[in-house]
Write a protein that binds this ligand. Structure first.
Ligand code: SIN
Length: 495
């Protein structure tokens, strides 16, 4: 492994917020508690971060609630300009954000730069949407009156974000909320709070410089999420919950949100099928497969999880994928040349290893990988990119979300069989398909049970498009025109 450079440049480290942002002020947690944020490439501790208590959570919600009347009264054009300036600041500081994303999340620097651009794009998109919150006027069918539909911000929102995209998952929620006129309390993931905190500081400084209420964005990192989030869900000042994470945690939060009858947006787990048909361009499918599988070392909800390949092209595709995986460079995200970073924690490596062992026990063959790199050179949480062929459709790696750099290949004989395999899961976030047949592409768009479909593309994520799933993969959409609607409620006036 190439030598690593320091993951957080000293000039950035010296000014990094590590406390709670409540009512426009950074302050320690009540009682002074902290938790450690580590570099997954080495296991070394990076920073101690304030650990918000339930009292801090209540203070943050009070601040968001207090700032709400003033913020919703700010003209849409001004809200748009705030977001536009924040977009520009994030882009101007792309090196800082990328360094931080790599330091706490582990992804290669090139991917962290890509995440910074992707995350900033949500802010730019919603700066453009803030002035396009449309209503509706029409004559009632009876002719007796007019119907007017207006939109209002739903109110203070709790945003709970995951560790795998600490900037983009925060901006995907904060930007539409602010554009709509909502205020927020955000609880970033314990593994990667610092990127979100730096972003919040950019927003706070922008609001302050314009004399706007600074309690619009509040940040409460914590080492004990359940204790913090639970009471907030039943607080009547909270009107909205948006969560990205596992289906299991989403189910718990939905139950909690039922008490307060909160508006909810849930972006939950996936088990994405990647279909390769007999008429596919196989080199393009291999390239798309690497993109769909290996972003963030396979740790994304939209990662291709199951490679369903027509039996006539399975060997060519699997060989190509194994060659491509074999040429990837596993190492610290900050090391030059790295293309695959570490997994987020030791337990994640154990989990991936157990799934590979289960597949091999069931008859699968390891074409490449199937093990951890040498600990003498890779002391963090690493697993080698792995391609498995001859995998049973019942294997855990096919049935469960892998969240690691493992590609199980399962073969099919017909389009009907491929669709049955693709849809044979409780999840439905995204699917990918490689085919040259336009009719088939449309049949898939109509029949694949997923909220998103990539045709001859290994990447669907785009700030201007509606991201979200069906079945147990979630509720609601983020991004695009739809994303802001999650933070608005419609008011109907009969006139
Ligand atoms: C996720 O993994 O939840 C999000 C990935 C993306 O936005 O592309």
């Amino acid at each position: 492994m190439a030598p690593t450079t320091s993951p957080v440049p000293p000039t950035l480290a010296a000014h990094l917020p590590t406390e709670l942002l409540i009512g426009g002020h950074w302050r320690p947690a009540t009682g002074g508690g902290t938790f450690a944020v580590e570099d997954p490439a080495t296991g070394a501790e990076l920073f101690d971060v304030a650990s918000a208590t339930p009292e801090d959570g209540a203070d943050a919600l009070a601040a968001a609630h207090e700032a709400w009347p003033a913020w919703r009264a700010v003209a849409p054009r001004v809200r748009a300009e705030v977001l536009r300036s924040v977009f520009e600041t994030v882009m101007a500081r792309i090196d800082d954000f990328a360094a931080l994303i790599t330091a706490e999340g582990g992804k290669p620097l090139a991917e962290s730069r890509a995440e910074t651009i992707y995350g900033a794009e949500y802010v730019r998109w919603y700066s453009e949407q803030a002035v396009r919150i449309n209503g509706m006027v029409r004559t009632a069918p009876s002719g007796a009156n007019r119907q007017i539909v207006m939109h209002r911000p739903v109110g203070p929102a709790l945003l709970v974000t995951p560790w795998n995209f600490p900037l983009a998952m925060a901006t995907r929620k904060i930007a539409p909320a602010l554009a709509a006129g909502c205020t927020v309390v955000i609880k970033p993931a314990g593994f990667t709070p610092l990127t979100t905190m730096l972003f919040a500081e950019v927003v706070r400084a922008e609001l302050e410089s314009r004399g706007l209420p600074t309690g619009v964005v509040n940040v409460v990192p914590t080492g004990s999420s359940g204790r913090l989030v639970g009471p907030l869900l039943s607080d009547p000042r909270l009107r909205k919950l948006s969560f990205t994470g596992s289906t299991e945690v989403g189910q718990v939060l939905l139950k909690g949100a039922a008490d307060g009858v909160l508006r909810t947006s849930m972006e939950l787990g996936g088990n994405a099928p990647f279909l390769v048909f007999e008429d596919a361009d196989i080199p393009a499918a291999v390239q798309g497969a690497v993109a769909a599988k290996m972003r963030n070392a396979g740790q994304t909800c939209v990662a291709a999880n199951r490679f369903l390949v027509h039996e006539s092209v399975a060997e060519e595709f699997s060989r190509g994928l194994a060659e491509a995986f074999g040429s990837l460079v596993v190492g610290a995200g900050s090391a030059p040349g790295t293309t695959v970073g570490p997994l987020i924690e030791a337990a994640a490596v154990d989990s991936v290893e157990a799934m590979v062992a289960d597949a091999v026990d069931g008859g699968a063959r390891v074409l490449v990988g199937g093990d951890r790199p040498d600990r003498a050179t890779h002391s963090g949480h690493f697993y080698n990119p792995t391609v498995l062929t001859g995998v049973s459709p019942d294997a855990r790696a096919v049935q469960e979300e892998i969240f690691g750099p493992v590609a199980p290949v399962v073969t099919f004989g017909s389009e009907a069989e491929a669709l049955a395999l693709a849809n044979g899961t409780p999840f439905g976030l995204v699917a990918y398909a490689y085919t040259r047949d336009v009719d088939r592409a449309f049949r898939l768009a109509e029949q694949v049970e997923a909220g998103m479909l990539g045709i001859n593309r290994g990447m669907v994520s785009d700030a201007s498009a509606p991201f979200g799933g069906v079945k147990m993969s979630g509720l609601g959409r983020e991004g695009g025109e739809a994303g802001i609607e999650e933070y608005l409620e419609s008011i109907y006036v009969a006139l």
